[in-house]
Every structure is written in structure tokens, then in C-alpha cells.
Design a protein around this ligand. Structure first.
Ligand code: GUN
Length: 295
């Protein structure tokens, strides 16, 4: 039976570490780190993510603001709001929750964020630094995955990591991060996706499988080998009348069958999800430190 990788507990530990650092800033009469999250429209999932992010900031003593904007806002107006926060020294991190409404050019919005405040790590300048192995903000979900592997002392060097999914938020960055010749990385990386004729041919050879597909219970025990480390990034809402919300969240991995043969596995919920927020806080703290030291 696989060892459970407890993302909820690990995220809590990271939050406590940051809370302590912020407490000593406050004791020294210094300003605290600040994060502004910008939400356009009323997508319920996005609202729930943004609310959790803001709540976590407050929990650890960070300044937090949610800028709620109407779904009808024009692109130019949104860029102006971002421009205002680029210049506001109370906010060291700016996060624009994605996806944005169709009439807004997402890439243009990402590129309008000051790379020094881009705590999502989505700006092309920061993506470029990540790919070339330079110090930058790592996108929060991939950063959370690397942190879990590190804290559970799961070796990555020379291991075959298979990433299923090629999104800009998870698949591409996590593959690039694990590829770097660095401690906690140095892996042999394969990225596969929906065009693969026989996905199992790839997933079966994984020492570490990162599932970021977006399809509930997609990865089954017949697709992986004994002893594999499973990182499940899926957040799929499925109807559940027995839950007060009317739905429950399940991952991309068929947990019940795969946990019997894996060596380690992240649950959903309580695995990668809580780590995403913890790493966002870590990036915001880093942005604050860079700002204070004039970098
Ligand atoms: N939407 C889904 N995941 C993310 C994320 O990590 N950052 C932002 N800004 N939007 C998202």
C-alpha cells in the first residue's frame, strides 16, 4: 500500500514557517508582504480559489486584497488596474485569476504584470528564466509538487518523470523544472498528451507520474508499474447529491486501484491543491524580500 503524501499537512507547515517570519517583521516595525488577487467575473470555482488564497494570506499575517471586477470590464480598463498595482508598493505580488472572459487577451494581461510582482510565474520573462535555469518565481502548482517530493525525500535525480498534460500552468513548467541540473530535479522527463496513440506505453515506464489531464480517474492501475510515485494534479468536480455542495472533487487518478501498487501517492483533495496556495504565499514573501533588498 502506498504512503500518502499529505499536502494539507505540508502546506500547513510551510504556512507556519512564513507566519513566523512575518511575525518577526511586525515585531521589528517593518511593512508586511502584500498580495492582490484580481478576479474578473463570477466563475464560482475562480471565486472559491481567490477566496481561499486571500484567507490564507490573512492567516499568516500578509496584507491581502481581492479586486473584484465585472465580467464586462474592457481589456484596457483591466490593464489600467494592473498598471496601478504595478506601482503600488503595498502589494508585492499580483495574481490575475485565470481563465479570463473570452473578450480579454489573456497573454496581453499576463505580460502587463511587472515580472517582479508576477508571483504566478506566468510572465514570459519569468518563463524564460525558468527554462534557462535562472532564479525566478516558479508557478505555484509545479513548485508545490517539487516541494512535496523534497519534503518526502523522494529522489528525482536520474528518475524517469512522466508528465501527462502540457498546460502552461502545470505540465510545461513542472517538466522544465524537473529537467534542470539542480538538487531536487535532474530528472529524465517525458511529456505526453492527448495525441499519444498509446499513453500506457509512456506511463508504464514512469518512476514518477504527474497526472495533469483534467479527466476524473483517468489513470488506472493497469497504466502504471509497481512502486511508481503518483502526483495527482486533477481537480474534477463530479455530482454528488450526498454532499452539501452537490458535488465532490476527485483527481485524475483512480486512487483506490493505484494506491495498491504505488510507493507514494497524493490524495485529492488534500494533496497538490493546498500546496499551490502555500507556494503562492512563499512566492509573495520572496517578491517582498526582493523588493526590500532592492533586487
Ligand atoms: N487558474 C487555475 N490555476 C491558476 C493559477 O495557478 N493561477 C492563476 N492566476 N489562475 C489559475
Amino acid at each position: 500500500m502506498a504512503i500518502l503524501i499529505d499536502g494539507k499537512k505540508t502546506a500547513q507547515v510551510i504556512k507556519e514557517e512564513l507566519k513566523e517570519k512575518i511575525s518577526s517583521l511586525i515585531k521589528d516595525g517593518k511593512p508586511v508582504p502584500g498580495l492582490v488577487t484580481i478576479l474578473v467575473g463570477e466563475n464560482p470555482a475562480s471565486l472559491s480559489y481567490v477566496t481561499s488564497k486571500s484567507r490564507s494570506c490573512v492567516e499568516i499575517g500578509m496584507l491581502s486584497k481581492i479586486e473584484k471586477l465585472s465580467s464586462g470590464i474592457g481589456e484596457k480598463e483591466l490593464l489600467d488596474v494592473i498598471g496601478k498595482y504595478n506601482l503600488d508598493s503595498n502589494y508585492h505580488g499580483i495574481l490575475v485569476q485565470l481563465p479570463l472572459p473570452g473578450h480579454i487577451n489573456e497573454q496581453k494581461v499576463i505580460e502587463s504584470i511587472d515580472p517582479q510582482k508576477d508571483v504566478d510565474g506566468f510572465h514570459p520573462v519569468n518563463v524564460g528564466k525558468l527554462v534557462t535555469g535562472h532564479s525566478t518565481f516558479y508557478p505555484c502548482t509545479p513548485y508545490g509538487i517539487l516541494e512535496l517530493l523534497k519534503r518526502y525525500q523522494i529522489p528525482t535525480s536520474g528518475k524517469h518523470v512522466v508528465v501527462v498534460g502540457r498546460s502552461n500552468i502545470v505540465g510545461k513548467p513542472v517538466a522544465n523544472m524537473l529537467l534542470q541540473k539542480k538538487e531536487g530535479a535532474n530528472s529524465i522527463v517525458t511529456i505526453c498528451h492527448s495525441a499519444a496513440k498509446d499513453l500506457t506505453q509512456f506511463t508504464k515506464s514512469a518512476d514518477i507520474l504527474i497526472a495533469a489531464i483534467g479527466k476524473a480517474k483517468f489513470v488506472t492501475s493497469s497504466m502504471v508499474r509497481e512502486g511508481v510515485v503518483i502526483i495527482d494534479v486533477g481537480i474534477n468536480r463530479v455530482e454528488d447529491s450526498s454532499s452539501s455542495k452537490g458535488y465532490r472533487i476527485i483527481g485524475d487518478v483512480d486512487f483506490e486501484s493505484v494506491e495498491k501498487i504505488a510507493s507514494y501517492i497524493t490524495p485529492v483533495p488534500g494533496g497538490v491543491g493546498p500546496m499551490t496556495i502555500a507556494m503562492l504565499l512563499k512566492n509573495t514573501f520572496q517578491a517582498y524580500q526582493n523588493f526590500q533588498s532592492g533586487n
